[in-house]
Structure formats: structure tokens, C-alpha cells
Design a protein around this ligand. Structure first.
Ligand code: P6P
Length: 359
């Protein structure tokens, strides 16, 4: 205990006992992520003072302007994961392809990390909270170089997931499947200290987070749910409050503490939704489910989705259980469920006269 508080490092070691076969690799991997988060935090906090705001002048595979801090954060997390030696592949929003960590130690490491190094970076220049989101898997392949197949695992296979929110204070929130714990960075000692043990999301809430500027392009089920949130009904404390800051980590962190729902559905510009399955929706879904909430596409559980590609996007309805279930109810009534990737292939084959599909 440092000055009466439990640091992230102490907590990780203490909880390692939860995993009888753990030899400390996951503990060290979480420590490496914590170190990179502190380095990124330092730059985020002084972003207005040094030439690290604004665009790099390049775009990532998503076609999004890369901010200098996006690139900086990406470099710091990759460097920390490389030096730590516990990770063999990094899949990051900022790189088109997976990154094999080349060192001999890392090539035989057993963990895969999927990461959005700096989510919500369009907010950096206007000083609104941004975040890092990470997801950790055990590699499935047992020999040779790990591959993309080791990365494209269902969310239920995650061994850990977490986020860092660089806001009025900097917090790291993570789960290893045994609850959710939050740590606040104490700059005076440079340590993340346990501040929010065993976080639970209220079963219902009164905040809905969605970009209503896209309203006309939303599925009817989403339009109906938004109108449901806005109708006066004292018995259910409606109308709810609308809060949307354009930073998934910020919106979901608030909803985790106060209760609420975050929705990024399909829109005309994002026909599959905007948020990425592997390094945004899956980690957030793991955390929110572990905190007692729910996360779906409006129809199916996020964590059950079989990823088809690295930067796959999915619609996301995530937050307080009762609110997500109400939104799903509206989607079921008013919106036709889109075909899954497998169903689209099957349907195409049938159109082409390939009866019974391909075994
Ligand atoms: P829009 C940030 O770019 C992000 O990925 C999430 O953090 C955020 O919730 C969403 O996109 C904002 O998107 O289309 O509403 O500006």
C-alpha cells in the first residue's frame, strides 16, 4: 500500500491468485499497458502547450484524419508492449494490418492485444475527454508465428479488457472476468490507485447517448426508442437526459457510473455502424457485462459475434440492462434484422444457383 491506497501494480499481483495457473505474464502485460497510459496521459495533459495538437496530414485505414496524439499514443502502446515481451501481436486502429512483435521473446508470447490507442481524438483540440480502449486474448495457435486467426476471436474469448479515460482525472478501468475495478492516476506519486472497486452499472438509468444529428438515417427501431426516451412519463422518470460528447469512452464511463445507454446504430454513412468490433465494442461489452449491464447490436450479443475482418464495424447498444432491453424491444418490433456475414454469403450463393451453399 502506498500512502494508504492500493496501486494498480499491487492489485494486479494480488488478483493474480485468482488464476491458479497464472505465471505472471498477464500481470506483466497489464502493467505494461498501465505504463504506456501514464506516458500518453502526460502528453494529453500538455497537448495545448506543445506542438502535438492537430493533424498529422495522414489518414488511417478508417479514412480518418490522424491526429498527432493518435500517432504518438499508438507508438507508445506498441513500444510498451514490445519491451514488455508478453504480447506477440498488436491489432491497432491506427494500422491497416496486424503488427507482429519481432523480438524472439515476443514471438513466443501467449497474448494478443487489440487496441484503440486514442479514441475520440477529434476532441483533443477542444479539450474534451478522450480514451484508450484495449482487449487481451490468449493466442490459439500453439506453434510458429501467431496470425490473423489468433486475432479474429469472439469477444467471449477475451481474458481481459479495459479503457483509460483522460478526463478531469485520468482513470484506468479493467476486468479480467471477475468484476470491474477503476484506478485513478495520482500524479503526485505517478501511480494508478484503486478508487472504484467492483464497479456496477445501475440496472436502469436516465441518460441516453446517441448522435441525434443522424436521426433521419437511423433504423425505425432507434427512432422509436429515442422518442420513447423523450416522452413525458413521471412513473419512469422520462423524459431522459441526452448526453453525447463524441467520445465513446467518455460517454460509456459516465453511463457506467450513473446508468445510461450509448447507441451507435447503422446510419447512411455507416451502414454497419461506426464503432469497431475488435478494439472498441468487444472490450467495452466485456466491461459493461461484467458490471451487470448489456451490450448488443440491437439484436445479437456483441461478445458472441464471430469477427470476419480486422477492422469490422458493428452497431452497438450498450449500457444499463433495462435500457438496452427496451431499445432491443423497439428494434425487434420496428426494424428488420440485417443478414449476418454468413447469411449474406449463403443468400448470394443461392442467387447464383449454388443450391445448399458450400460445405
Ligand atoms: P460521431 C470517436 O471518433 C468515435 O469513434 C467514438 O469515440 C464516438 O462515440 C463516435 O466515434 C462519435 O462519432 O459520428 O457521432 O461524431
Amino acid at each position: 500500500m502506498v500512502c494508504g491506497v492500493k496501486t494498480l501494480g499491487q492489485f494486479i499481483i494480488e488478483k493474480q491468485a485468482d488464476f491458479p495457473y497464472a505465471k505472471g505474464e498477464l500481470s506483466r502485460l497489464l502493467r505494461d499497458i498501465g505504463i504506456a497510459a501514464k506516458i500518453v496521459n502526460r502528453e494529453v495533459n500538455k497537448a495545448g502547450l506543445v506542438d502535438i495538437l492537430g493533424d498529422v496530414g495522414t489518414t488511417n485505414i478508417q479514412g480518418e484524419e490522424q491526429k498527432k496524439l493518435d500517432v504518438y499514443a499508438n507508438e507508445q502502446f506498441i513500444a510498451a508492449l514490445t519491451s514488455g515481451g508478453e504480447c506477440c501481436i498488436v491489432a491497432t486502429e491506427e494500422e491497416d494490418e496486424i503488427i507482429h512483435i519481432e523480438s524472439p521473446v515476443s514471438q513466443n508470447a501467449k497474448y494478443i492485444v487489440c487496441i484503440d490507442p486514442l479514441d475520440g481524438s477529434s476532441n483533443i483540440d477542444v479539450n474534451v475527454a478522450v480514451g484508450t480502449i484495449f482487449s487481451i486474448y490468449r493466442r490459439k495457435s500453439v506453434e510458429g508465428l501467431a496470425s490473423l486467426q489468433d486475432v479474429l476471436q469472439k469477444g467471449t474469448e477475451q481474458v481481459a479488457a479495459g479503457y483509460v479515460i483522460y478526463g478531469s482525472s485520468t482513470m484506468l478501468v479493467y476486468t479480467t472476468g471477475k468484476g470491474v475495478n477503476g484506478f485513478t492516476l495520482d500524479p503526485s506519486i505517478g501511480e494508478f490507485c484503486l478508487s472504484h472497486p467492483q464497479m456496477k452499472i445501475p440496472e436502469t438509468g436516465y441518460i441516453y447517448s446517441v448522435n441525434e444529428g443522424n436521426y433521419v438515417h437511423f433504423p425505425d427501431g432507434v427512432k422509436k426508442y429515442i422518442k420513447y426516451c423523450q416522452v413525458e412519463d413521471v412513473s419512469t422518470k422520462r423524459p431522459y437526459t441526452s448526453r453525447y460528447i463524441g467520445s465513446m469512452v467518455g460517454d460509456i464511463h459516465r453511463n457506467l457510473i450513473k446508468g445510461g445507454i450509448y447507441i451507435y446504430p447503422t446510419t447512411s454513412r455507416s451502414p454497419n455502424g461506426k464503432l469497431r468490433l475488435l478494439y472498441e465494442c468487444n472490450p467495452m461489452a466485456f466491461i459493461i457485462e461484467q458490471a451487470g449491464g448489456k451490450a448488443s447490436t440491437g439484436f445479437d450479443r456483441i461478445l458472441d459475434i464471430n469477427p470476419a475482418e480486422l477492422h469490422q464495424r458493428v452497431p452497438v447498444f450498450i449500457g444499463s440492462k433495462n435500457m438496452v432491453e427496451k431499445a432491443e424491444e423497439m428494434m425487434l418490433i420496428y426494424t428488420e434484422k440485417p443478414l449476418s456475414v454468413e447469411e449474406k454469403v449463403e443468400s448470394k450463393l443461392e442467387d447464383l444457383g449454388v443450391v445448399g451453399g458450400i460445405d
